[in-house]
Design a protein around this ligand. Structure first.
Ligand code: PLP
Length: 418
């Protein structure tokens, strides 16, 4: 049949426009990354045609011989990569993975306890409009108001008060390691199951650069597309004793037919994550974030009322605090956009500005590390961001510096168009 450019030139133009945007700007949204050509190929393959409800060897549809191989490879590689007893690779997304985890570990109406959304938690950890807040009695623990760190004594006190069925560790905006052993001890003390959502830092865990929650948690969920660098989707890991419950919570509990093209792409991603280059990439990711945090701590930026929450970072992101700046989170996002840097505004704990404005931004380095950026480029990126956050900066000059960087390390240079 005819190529996309002929059958639907409008959508073909969108794809080209987006490829150009990714190529010519600095992608620094902490939850994003660039997938490899192999992952694009697996995802854009004929596996999208196949219905395969059920699990390998136990399907409700015929003709699953080939896709069974893909799912077995994905499951085996996920288990090997993270040292897990069981893996379910079918969740369409992080949110559906989390819905399945909750379904397996708790009953509707049970109490759950996770990090407050306003302090860096995720919607699926108990936000009131989300399934997690509607189906369960959701409670939250908060960051220490002075240090902006998760204080395990506070978590313990909240857990003793709430007595949750499920204790949740994991975040969407937090720049330090979590103490999984302490979470485990608290869960045991209050009789809760421990669920860790490592969506953001899974790639760092896979590379051995972040403590692994797998030995401590009853269940670990993750997205595959953030630091892990795979296709947009979810993954659940658990101890063998939860395998049956998790599998039946994913299918038929939450989903129908699995996306076999995405599952094949997950297998490709897990294989890539076992290669030495992957560790190098995750090291550059963390180094890049540290370089940015350090630059934003220099007097010219600090003098403009900017600071970095917790004073630095252990991971792939930096949380910028703009409460004392005349530039709010939305304005910072816009200024950086004009300079060619894509980030998102992000509320800081107890943010005095409204949620659509905020007093912070979240800056991530995964995508640029995948692109090939090293300390040299990250130093330049850090200086560009620093200048954009100082009022009255020359945005056109910053944009030119961004172009130099994107020209010096091209993205998807082996793709004509897509
Ligand atoms: N869990 C955490 C911690 C996240 O940060 C996210 C996404 O931002 C999700 C789950 C949900 O992932 P998805 O957007 O694939 O549903």
């Amino acid at each position: 049949s005819a190529p996309l450019s002929e059958v639907d030139p409008e959508i073909a133009a969108v794809l080209q426009q987006e490829l150009d945007r990714q190529r010519h700007t600095l992608e620094m949204i902490a939850s994003e990354n660039f997938v490899s050509r192999g992952i694009l190929e697996a995802q854009g393959s004929v596996l999208t045609n196949k219905y395969a409800e059920g699990y390998p060897g136990k399907r409700y549809y015929g003709g699953c011989e080939a896709v069974d191989i893909a799912e077995d490879l994905a499951r085996d590689r996920a288990k090997e990569l993270f040292g897990a007893e069981h893996a379910n690779v079918q969740p369409h997304s992080g949110a559906t993975a989390n819905a399945a985890v909750m379904m397996a570990l708790a009953n509707p109406g049970d109490r759950i306890l996770g990090l407050s959304l306003a302090h860096g938690g995720h919607l699926t950890h108990g936000m009131k409009l989300n399934f997690s807040g509607k189906m369960y009695e959701a409670h939250a623990y908060e960051l220490n108001p002075e240090t902006f760190l998760i204080d395990m004594e506070t978590v313990r006190a909240r857990a003793l008060e709430v007595r949750p069925a499920v204790l949740i560790a994991g975040w969407s905006a937090y720049s330090r390691h979590l103490d999984f052993a302490a979470f485990r001890a608290i869960a045991d003390e209050v009789g809760a199951k421990l669920w860790v959502d490592m969506a953001h830092f899974a790639g760092l865990v896979a590379a051995g650069l972040h403590p692994s929650p797998v030995p401590y948690a009853d269940v670990v969920s993750t997205t595959v597309h953030k630091t892990l660098g795979g296709p947009r989707s979810g993954l659940i890991l658990c101890k063998s004793e939860y395998a049956k419950k998790i599998d039946s919570a994913v299918f038929p509990g939450q989903q129908g037919g699995p996306l076999m093209h995405v599952i094949a792409a997950k297998a490709v991603a897990f294989k890539a994550a076992m290669q030495p280059e992957f560790i190098d990439r995750q090291q550059r990711t963390i180094e890049g974030a540290r370089i940015i945090a350090e630059r934003l701590g220099q007097p010219d930026v600090v003098g403009a009322g900017v600071s970095v929450l917790t004073g630095g970072t252990d991971v792939h992101l930096v949380l910028v605090d703009l409460r004392n700046s005349e530039i709010d989170g939305q304005t910072a996002e816009n200024l950086l956009h004009e300079a060619g840097v894509t980030v998102n505004k992000n509320a800081v704990p107890n943010d005095p500005r409204p949620p659509m404005v905020t007093s912070g931004i979240r800056i991530g380095t995964s995508a640029l590390a995948t692109r090939g950026f090293t300390a040299k480029e990250f130093n330049e990126v850090a200086d560009i961001i620093a200048h954009a956050l100082i009022p009255g900066s020359d945005l056109a000059a910053l944009r030119a510096r961004v172009h130099n960087l994107t020209d010096s390390i091209p993205l998807y240079s082996n793709l004509e168009n897509w």
